[in-house]
Design a protein around this ligand. Structure first.
Ligand code: UDP
Length: 153
């Protein structure tokens, strides 16, 4: 199966609560490959670009305040069906409705401060990876563990 890439953010609450190591470990242990990773400060302009579909919604001003309140860690994650695999690991938007075992279900009870962003489809992934990473910040290396983590693909 062809590898797919997705854009992941560890949001300001994950950085402030010092949960980024745990979240990264979950992604690595699942067998997904990190092909890009950096810390950055989301500006109001970047927030509006990223969350373009939400800018007119009533919750947007609070979302912008939150996402710009501290740095985030951005990752580009690669693997078979990486977009859906990550969405499954993340859980539902609202932490209160997220199943135990998911990131949002294990670490939060908020609908807004839900620790992690993951692209919701191939078009969004391509757009969001382009927003956060330049080509030279993405790394194509030999996945030496692939025979052990996705042998049926
Ligand atoms: N959000 C919010 N209030 C809402 C819905 C969403 O603050 O009523 C925030 C929340 O942080 C969420 C982000 O906006 O993760 C993007 O919303 P989306 O519906 O795309 O959810 P996601 O794909 O992140 O689960």
């Amino acid at each position: 199966m062809a590898a797919e890439r997705t854009l992941i953010l560890f949001k300001p609450d994950a950085v402030q609560r010092r949960l980024c190591g745990r979240l990264l470990t979950r992604i690595e242990e699942r067998g997904l490959k990190i092909v890009g990773l950096k810390m950055l400060q989301v500006t109001p302009e970047l927030s509006r670009e990223h969350y373009a579909e939400h800018v007119e919604k009533p919750f947007y001003p609070q979302l912008e305040e939150f996402i710009t309140s501290a740095p985030v860690i951005a990752l580009c994650v690669e693997g078979p069906e990486a977009i859906q695999v990550m969405r499954g690991m993340m859980g539902k938007t609202n932490g209160r409705e997220s199943a135990p075992g998911t990131i949002r279900g294990d670490y939060g009870v908020s609908r807004q401060m839900n620790l992690i962003h993951g692209s919701d489809g191939p078009e969004a992934a391509a757009r969001e990876i382009g927003i956060y990473f330049s080509d030279s910040e993405l790394f194509d290396y030999d996945p030496t563990l692939a025979p052990w983590t996705c042998a049926d693909d």
